[in-house]
Design a protein around this ligand. Structure first.
Ligand code: SME
Length: 165
């Protein structure tokens, strides 16, 4: 059984993310299945991070231009998001993390869960190809800051590096 120890002080973000990264490592190292690892990573983030209402993946099947929802925690979500649409599709088009403090101020934001007020989307990029995104939603505006971005980008890098060749 995986021991998902509550992280002592979620307000101390750099230390929080270092510990979360160690928990992710112990969950996925040695396991090559991308879906299994995405499922466990979603559950880890959803339960460890305060103030989230959705945490999960959208994948971009090779040769397509539409993201498809993958493993997640939270309410049922939009299944398909074209590249360039919403926060997720924009992160793919720009090939960069998108931090949205107020989703109502983001043109084209796709409201899957009306509770979402802020969002952090990190693309999964390997060898120059975008494989999908990790999407985190919060019911609090301004929930995510630069420390969250750095911490989550490190976790996403671990997820991508762990994928089989
Ligand atoms: N808000 C996202 C859609 C996905 S859900 O939040 C789970 C977007 O604008 O791309």
């Amino acid at each position: 059984m995986f021991d998902s120890t509550p992280i002592a002080n979620p307000a101390a973000k750099p230390a929080f993310y270092l510990e979360l990264d160690q928990q992710l490592a112990s969950l996925i190292e040695g396991e090559p299945d991308a879906i299994a690892n995405a499922a466990n990573m979603s559950a880890l983030l959803y339960h460890a991070m305060p103030e989230l209402n959705w945490a999960g993946f959208y994948f971009l099947p090779e040769g397509t231009d539409v993201l498809v929802v993958g493993p997640f925690q939270g309410k049922p979500a939009c299944v398909r998001i074209p590249i360039g649409k919403g926060v997720c599709g924009t992160a793919v088009a720009k090939r960069e993390t998108i931090l949205v403090p107020d989703v109502h101020a983001f043109p084209g934001h796709i409201a899957c869960d009306a509770a979402s007020q802020s969002e952090l989307v990190v693309p999964l990029i390997r060898d120059g190809r975008v494989l999908g995104v990790l999407d985190l939603d919060s019911p609090r505006a301004g929930r995510f800051d630069a420390d969250d971005q750095i911490g989550i980008e490190r976790l996403v890098a671990r997820y991508v590096a762990n994928l089989p060749a």
